[in-house]
Ligand binder design. Structure first.
Ligand code: ADP
Ligand code: MG
Length: 231
């Protein structure tokens, strides 16, 4: 049996209030080292699903096991720590700290994750190595994140997700703001880094053309029952 990095079981969530959007995911698992692309139209609940996996929102029912721990059953502080230890997250808008340097931004997840910090024995050296591997110019680590180009900010977001080798990388439409050439370069870097460390990769997108690079491609409608309240 292969090791399972992520396992979703009987997950149910409804956004409170007027939106009336609900999501049920009976089952999904991602094996160690596996790359999975989850495709879905805009508004199909992809970002909601990723927030449930990260534990930034809590399901009404069901389990979200990350490396064997049900993140949905943990109290807030413990959940934050497990997320920081186990998951590298690349958001749609990168979410870099505007006033922090590139180095501050890359090291951020390690503050909440002692085991992950331990794996990055010399964290600033690993951060610099990641920057170099990701094609960022030498010396960029002391620059303010907001002074970088969009493509460079995205590489910083990737370095922040990869530092300390979390077992799972989650990426929410990370290529949507990029031109075709930058998309290819970005995915090359992400896969190269993930393969080196046998990291599982779960990416969501509305772009089916990305599919050929992934071990497995699934569609939101195949794993999830979605309901929207009538307008
Ligand atoms: P996708 O990422 O596939 O575009 P989302 O998960 O962002 O889809 O949104 C799916 C639906 O969930 C939205 O149409 C909206 O009804 C609801 N939703 C998303 N975010 C929120 C929120 N913060 N508060 C209330 N409803 C939300
Ligand atoms: Mg989204």
């Amino acid at each position: 049996m292969t090791n399972t990095t992520l396992e979703i079981t009987k997950l149910a969530y409804r956004w409170p209030g007027r939106a009336g959007f609900s999501l049920i995911v009976p089952h999904l698992s991602v094996a160690q080292g596996e790359s999975l692309l989850l495709l879905g139209e805009s508004g199909s609940g992809k970002s909601t699903f990723l927030s449930l996996i990260c534990g930034t929102i809590l399901p009404d029912k069901g389990r979200v096991d990350i490396a064997g721990t049900d993140i949905a059953a943990l109290s807030g502080g413990v959940r934050d720590k497990v997320r920081a230890e186990q998951i590298g997250v690349i958001f749609q808008q990168f979410n870099l700290l505007p006033f922090g340097s590139v180095m501050d931004n890359i090291l951020l997840p390690l503050h909440f994750a002692p085991a992950r910090r331990k794996r990055a024995a010399d964290a600033t050296t690993e951060a610099s190595q990641l920057c170099a591997a990701l094609g960022l110019p030498a010396g960029v680590t002391s620059a303010k994140a907001t002074t970088l180009s969009v493509g460079q900010q995205q590489r910083v977001a990737v370095a922040r997700a990869l530092i300390g080798q979390p077992p799972l990388i989650i990426a929410d439409e990370p290529t949507s703001a990029l031109d075709a050439n930058s998309q290819v370069a970005f995915l090359d870097l992400l896969f190269e880094q993930a393969n080196t460390h046998n990291t599982s990769l779960l990416m969501v997108s509305h772009d089916a053309r990305l599919g050929e690079r992934f071990d497995r491609v699934i569609r939101m409608e195949d794993i999830a029952q979605i309901e929207r309240a009538a307008a």
